[in-house]
Design a protein around this ligand. Sequence first.
Ligand code: SF4
Length: 346
Amino acid sequence: MEIKKKDIRALTKEQLREFFVKQGDKAFRGNQVYEWLWQKSAHSFEDMTNISLDTRQMLQDNFVINHIKVDQMQRSSDGTIKNAVRLHDDLIVESVLIPTATRTTACVSSQVGCSLDCKFCATARLKRMRNLNPDEIYDQVVAIDNESRLYHNRPLSNIVFMGMGEPLMNYNNVLKAIDKITSPEGLGMSPKRIVVSTSGVPKMIKKMADDEVKFKLAVSLHSAIDEVRTSIMPFNATFPLSDLREALQYWYAKTKNRITYEYVVWDGINDKRKDVDALVEFCKFAPSKVNLIEYNPIDDGEFQQANSRALDMYVDVLEANNITVTVRRSRGKDIDAACGQLANKG
Ligand code: SF4
């Protein structure tokens, strides 16, 4: 019977050091292997050239490295790149590289499918299969960093957890991945360049604040009126805006980190003056700014981007109330890599 080997990257550095001591080797060997696994992102034990052949064989006999594989890479005419990433169990997730003049951002997935059911989102149509492991999240970032260097001649500068899945429903693994991404033994990126974007799970927002995380928080708000929000994000019935508001106030009191509200204006759904007024009131609860995002229809259904008059009204009213607002144009539409479009269409 074939013995299932353990994924070596599930071990902490300390556990790796202990493993080598048990094998009669030096603990330091654990540090060397750890560096290969994370900082150098080795895909196989053979790559570990400063480790003796016997030791590499011993590792091969005991462990596997479940590295992701970029199955398909699509490049958009605007420089956006979408990766279809195959996991060790043959499931697929997607991640996206978004280049602008000043930064290169990786948009990564945290779950296969999603636990939530936002009506406007392509990912919601795939049922949640499983959470991603920390190494699977980390590998997506490394793959995009490599592509950024290759196609845009610069390293990755920012990361957003805005791909498939709700990151706060896979909190522990997302946190472990961010630890590796920010550690000098991993990619050494500043946590200030990382944004975790949630649909708003109040309990987990408070937990993040208690954990004193250093990355930034974005909330996909889309409406500050319970009735409207529940109609497009049904879980809002369980976590209403009053709970979200309280959690966000708690977050700001603890972290002093301003919150970004991601917001799409849809035709006939949230394009009226009362919708803007409710957003203005919500923004007063904690220091925040608003990102108005261009929407990409996932089919000819009920969700269509509002006209430019409605968008202008949002910008004018928010600015008149001294709320910072940016309008984010969508990228990579021609390859279905834009926000809310990730659904393994290939
Ligand atoms: S918008 Fe985000 S949280 Fe909502 S279903 Fe899509 S992936 Fe999940």
